[in-house]
Design a protein around this ligand. Structure first.
Ligand code: DX5
Ligand code: ZN
Length: 217
């Protein structure tokens, strides 16, 4: 399967958001990744519903929304109304994960579960049939521009094996410290979706960087 690229808007120029989104629209990006942080689950606050709704008006790509918030169940339908196409919750923030992902699917969004670097992939074994995507955090969530954690390769390999042996149709997405130097190895390890913030938006030519991440040779 051809891999997908989901640039993270967190690294965009927020004074120039419309142009940044139009740049993504004309690029080879597949999705647009939106990081929602509540200042409780992670030590940072990003943006919320008014911004997502404004982004939705301009974006032509599906919105890939990553919730780094506690108690996400309170807001699932509001993220749907705001325009989310994929909704990913953090494993560590969900007490009744199976119910949460089922509700996301009932709202006709793709359901994703994100794992912090310390959370083993084996914990997802019994929920894999109920989800569309696993997001392996390759940094500790909360900030863009951090260093990729090398142990992530072992987690990806283990998860790839779990998914393939059971025959599930679940995508593996990676997020944090992804750039053109590690992307090819990640895809070879079995990743389906690359999230990239700083390496795209802070590059000299973001459209060309997205093309490079898409066409890894
Ligand atoms: C981190 C976020 C990431 C972040 C990635 O908590 O989940 O999506 O924006 O940024 P880079 O690619 O700069 O590490
Ligand atoms: Zn993210």
């Amino acid at each position: 399967m051809e891999h997908l690229v989901s640039p993270s808007l967190l690294a965009a120029d927020f004074t120039n958001l419309e142009n940044e989104i139009r740049m993504i629209n004309r690029s080879e990006a597949d999705w647009l990744h939106l990081d929602i942080m509540d200042g409780v689950f992670v030590p940072n606050i990003s943006f919320g519903f008014p911004v997502i709704k404004a982004v939705k008006k301009v974006a032509s790509k599906p919105l890939d929304v990553h919730l780094m918030i506690i108690d996400p169940d309170r807001y699932l339908s509001r993220f749907c109304e705001a325009g989310a196409n994929n909704l990913t919750v953090q494993y560590e923030a969900c007490t009744h994960l199976q119910r949460t992902v089922t509700e996301i699917r009932n709202l006709e969004m793709k359901a994703g579960v994100a794992l912090n670097p310390h959370t083993p992939v084996s914990l997802l074994k019994n929920v894999l049939p109920c989800i569309d995507m696993v997001l392996i955090m390759t940094v500790n969530p909360g900030f863009g521009g951090q260093l990729f954690i090398m142990e992530s390769y072992n987690k990806i390999a283990e998860l790839r094996k779990m998914i393939d042996e059971a025959g599930y149709n679940v995508l593996i997405e990676v997020d944090g410290g992804i750039d053109t130097t590690n992307a090819a190895k990640l895809i070879q390890s079995g990743v389906n979706v690359l999230v990239a913030g700083n390496s795209v938006f802070n590059s000299a030519d973001p459209v060309a960087t997205i093309r490079k991440l898409k066409r890894l040779l």
